[in-house]
Design a binder for this molecule. Structure first.
Ligand code: PFF
Length: 465
């Protein structure tokens, strides 16, 4: 067993804290507003099977690779990749994986904060009963009025950024670890309560049917691409968040009762994270669709569903004030634990270069906030300025999630599968079964890169149509 260097940022207290933190990164807006809808659209249970296959052959293998690189490197993704390149006697240009990741995390953080801050505002409004008895037209007008108000949006964006970078500034133990230990159990409890509530509504059976009834005729090439893209985004792959979290994962932990040390397995942890992420995504569908069907509303995806249709449904139901508030608190928890993982890689890099953590968090937060102002303004003041057919917000989102993330994931798979010495890989993974190891190796060398290439090519050819 290789000796662990003195950790630069602190270590997770246990394997479960790592699992919670990585699940916190994975479970986010993508699980709540995208997965349930594409599942319903593409034939329910048939799509769930396809999606699970994408998670198994691409998501899990790349996530294992990312955690493995992080734990082996022990530092921020940029410095970990430099170290691994030197150890493996290849060019230090491989650090591009770290730079690309830190940059895409920063770009995603800037617009993720804009949307998360709407949920923050809606939680506050739901609590005040703003949506009680609201009409469809008023719900639409309410959403538009919020977007048309740059000062309100800037205020909420600022608040969310302070919440995010405040946690990052407090460090791995006192910040990230404490936040996920509180927010993740809260998220699970809220989700269960909301599913329980949905189960009492008359549209429950229809909601379950929409999500799970098998209809293979609705699967298409586009469904495969969407399943691949969703599997990738939802697991937070390709941008170093998971690599940074892997660096804080100990190799061995002492069992408190027996006093013996046990190695901490990457593979089983990743399987649990992927399973929890999928369960939350399905659970979100179970909590949302019955409410829409009960209210006689059409299922939809994205901001429109979350900020127009759902408030309308909550406004009509008994108990809607309480459960509507809980729903938006759930969304804020999910987005918050994702956004801290977006800021951490760049902050960790600056800390390793000698900057104090609070200052690094302030600078990264300020820069992401400033870029986010562009996203905020693209809904009002800059509404009429478009570039390549999209707003500032649209373009930052496309560049980061559809181009930079898959590119990062491709390079990670190539480095772990083709460049890194096999002895190192085997040692770090410590997999007992040779057969399973060979299966992972085949996935990460061939299948996963092909999956990621399909996402990239699918996007580029679709975007150029
Ligand atoms: N996994 C998050 C979601 O599904 O919303 C998004 C995300 C968070 C992507 C963190 C990448 C990341 F590093």
């Amino acid at each position: 067993m290789q000796k662990q260097d003195k950790p630069a940022h602190g270590m997770w207290a246990s394997r479960w804290v790592f699992i919670l933190a990585a699940t916190g990164s994975a479970v986010g807006l993508g699980n709540i507003w995208r997965f349930p809808y594409i599942t319903g659209e593409y034939g329910g249970g048939a799509f769930v099977l396809l999606y699970l296959a994408c998670i198994a052959v691409m998501g899990v293998p790349i996530m294992i690779a990312e955690v493995m690189l992080g734990r082996r490197g022990g530092l921020s993704p940029i410095h970990s990749m430099k170290k691994l390149a030197t150890d493996n006697k290849v060019t230090r240009r491989w650090a591009v994986i770290g730079y690309l990741g830190a940059l895409s995390g920063f770009l995603i953080l800037s617009f993720y904060s804009t949307v998360a801050s709407w949920a923050l505002y809606y939680a506050w409004e739901a609590l005040q009963g703003v949506f009680q008895g609201i009409s469809a037209a008023d719900s639409q007008a309410h959403y538009q009025a919020m977007q048309a108000n740059p000062w309100l949006m800037l205020g909420m964006h600022t608040l969310f950024m302070v919440l995010t970078m405040g946690v990052v500034a407090m460090g791995v133990k006192k910040g990230l670890e404490r936040a996920v230990e509180i927010l993740m159990p809260l998220l699970f409890v809220l989700l269960i309560v909301l599913i329980g509530y949905a189960a009492t509504t008359s549209g429950f059976a229809q909601g379950v049917d929409f999500l799970f009834a098998f209809d293979f005729s609705k699967l298409s090439g586009q469904a495969v691409l969407d399943a691949l893209g969703q599997a990738f985004f939802t697991l937070s792959l390709g941008m170093g968040a998971i690599m940074a979290y892997g660096a804080y994962m100990p190799r061995e932990l002492r069992d408190k009762k027996s006093g013996q040390t046990r190695s901490v397995s990457i593979v089983s942890s990743v399987v649990i994270i992927a399973a929890l992420d999928t369960l939350v995504a399905l659970g979100a569908g179970l909590a949302i669709f019955p409410l829409l069907f009960t209210g006689g509303l059409e299922p939809a995806q994205g901001p429109g569903m979350m900020f127009v249709t759902l408030p309308l449904a909550f406004g009509q139901m008994p108990g809607g004030l309480l459960f509507g508030t809980l729903f938006f608190v759930l969304v804020v928890c999910a987005a918050w634990t994702s956004s801290i993982s977006l800021g951490e890689p760049m902050v960790a890099w600056l800390v390793e270069r000698g900057m104090r953590r609070w200052l690094a968090s302030l600078l990264v937060g300020l820069a992401a906030w400033l870029l986010g102002v562009g996203s905020v303004l693209s809904f009002n003041v800059w509404k009429d300025y478009t570039f390549l057919g999209g707003s500032f917000f649209d373009n930052i989102e496309l560049l980061s999630t559809s181009i930079m993330l898959p590119l990062g994931g491709l390079l990670i798979a190539i480095f772990a599968g083709w460049i890194m010495k096999e002895t190192q890989v085997r040692k770090e993974l410590g997999m007992k079964s040779f057969v399973l190891y060979m299966v992972w190796r085949a996935m990460v060398r061939i299948v996963a890169p092909l999956g990621v290439l399909a996402i990239l090519i699918g996007f580029l050819t679709g975007a150029l149509d």
